[in-house]
Design a protein around this ligand. Structure first.
Ligand SMILES: *Cc1c(COP(=O)(O)O)cnc(C)c1O
Length: 467
């Protein structure tokens, strides 16, 4: 059975099931697999003809073994991917010679977060059913994560979900993707405040859960949850196998916020997939690019950009990479993280550790003007409209590419229809909503507008989970 350990070395080892329900480790660290399965090139090559769902089973099963039966995992994955709007699940779109976009936006909410959250919701319900437990999911969103979490848990019998978003500060498409989902266990709370107020309330609620009634516990589905990363490893294998891997290496450019998606690529490499280059593509919230290029880690105030899903001040999952760079020394990492989180100083990594990171990762920060320029350029070159997050990935890929004979794959993290501001700035008409969402604007919405007052929110949650 796979065991999971904390990056800070001072928390109990857990099983997959416990990790799924836990979120942050007791010592403040993140859980990672104690041992990562490794496959030979021959083994990986033998997966070449597998459809997406079967490949997902191959990749995911070792991480959940002992907690989820093989046949049950198969059933869960079949259900998840049959809900995607494209038969290939993660199709490749060619945009230039040896250059591709991996379309990860064919899930129910049109962004790659569906890959993780569709699976996470079902796995959660599966283990809760067996444990005869019920939980409450609480999260704050400025858009994408909320709708993906709601879609992923709408069919769960043992989960009530409360998603807070800032009232009137989320685009209409994104709001409707949350508020029109039907389910008795779904609560959309529009907070009269900004995103930080909402996020602050969620953090405080995790700190003191006494407001919950009965035996209920809070579960986090934010991007530090290991189960999310696990599901994202699959599409690296899938895309590589479709382009002649593993017999030739691939390069990936990943629009990055919390470092979850690109960390999954790093995992794929550790598992044996030949990956030559991983590009960390950021917007002007470029804390990782500054670290990679100047060896200066400095947290700066958050900037609001036309790529809101990458607007972060701190990339939480980067700690998982640091753990490996520091040879899995929990004590060293706990010290380093204490310095990095202190926020007063500029922190530098050991040159040798940073050198290791630079062998594999390149980085590039793209401002709004270049984002829009790239959307225009790719449209002129190919007739293909990128969403702005993906455009940042493409720009970074083109700026940092090491070897043009290696296929460069940018992860297409969202459908452009979700980001009206950027599409309009680039001078395009809004694309049509995909088939399963054509009536989105007419569907009935359900949401509760509440003041930015923690007691009021707690009362609302307690009342509605105890029915
Ligand atoms: C969440 C998100 C990202 C960033 O992914 P991370 O795993 O946080 O690095 C990029 N693009 C879109 C569209 C997203 O929703």
């Amino acid at each position: 059975m796979m065991k999971y350990i904390s990056t800070r070395g001072n928390a109990p080892e857990l099983s997959f099931e416990e990790v799924l329900l836990t979120g942050l480790a007791e010592d403040g660290g993140l859980y990672v697999p104690k041992e990562v399965p490794h496959y030979s090139l021959e083994e990986i090559a033998s997966w070449r003809d597998l459809p997406y769902t079967e490949l997902a089973h191959k990749v995911i099963y070792p991480f959940v073994e002992g907690c989820v039966e093989s046949a049950d995992l198969k059933k869960i994955l079949d259900e998840v991917y049959s809900g995607f709007g494209h038969k290939a699940v993660a199709p490749l779109q060619q945009i230039d010679h040896n250059e591709y976009v991996l379309e990860l936006f064919h899930g129910p909410t049109l962004a790659f977060k569906d890959f993780a959250l569709q699976t996470l919701g079902r796995l959660l319900d599966y283990v809760l059913e067996r444990r005869h437990e019920k939980v409450v999911i609480m999260g704050a969103t400025s858009g994408d994560t909320g709708s993906a979490a709601i879609e992923g848990t709408k069919a769960c019998r043992n989960v009530d979900i409360f998603i807070l978003h800032p009232h009137e500060k989320v685009s209409e498409v994104q709001r409707r993707q949350m508020t029109t989902v039907k389910g008795d266990n779904i609560y959309n709370i529009a907070i009269k405040g900004n995103f930080d107020d909402a996020q602050d309330m969620v953090k405080k609620s995790f700190g003191d859960q006494s407001f919950l009634r009965g035996e209920r516990k809070l579960v986090a589905v934010n991007s530090i949850n290991w189960a999310r990363i696990m599901s994202q490893i699959v599409y690296y294998f899938y895309s590589a196998l479709n382009l002649g891997g593993p017999l030739r290496p691939m390069a990936y450019s990943v629009p990055t916020g919390n470092f979850g998606d690109i960390f999954a690529g790093y995992m794929a490499k550790k598992m044996g997939l030949p990956i030559e280059q991983l590009v960390i593509a950021t917007n002007s919230n470029d804390v990782l690019h500054r670290l990679m290029s100047k060896n200066q880690y400095e947290v700066r105030p958050l900037l609001h950009t036309i790529t809101p899903s990458m607007d972060i001040a701190v990339s939480s999952n980067f700690e998982r990479l640091l753990f490996d760079l520091y040879d899995r020394d929990g004590k060293a990492l706990a010290d380093l993280m204490a310095r990095m989180n202190a926020k007063q100083d500029i922190v530098s990594l050991d040159e040798e550790k940073l050198g290791k990171a630079r062998q594999l990762f390149d980085s590039y920060a793209c401002d709004e003007a270049s984002t829009v320029e790239t959307m225009k350029a790719v449209y002129e070159e190919t007739g293909y409209l990128l969403d702005p997050h993906t455009a940042i990935g493409v720009k970074a890929a083109r700026e940092t590419r090491r070897n043009t004979s290696i296929p460069m794959i940018t992860l297409g993290t969202a459908h452009p229809v979700k980001f009206e501001d950027a599409v309009k700035q680039a001078g395009f008409d809004m694309p049509e909503l995909p088939h399963h969402l054509t009536d989105l604007m007419e569907r009935e919405e359900r949401l509760h507008v509440l003041p930015a007052d923690l007691d009021v929110v707690h009362e609302f949650i307690a009342e509605n989970t105890f029915k």
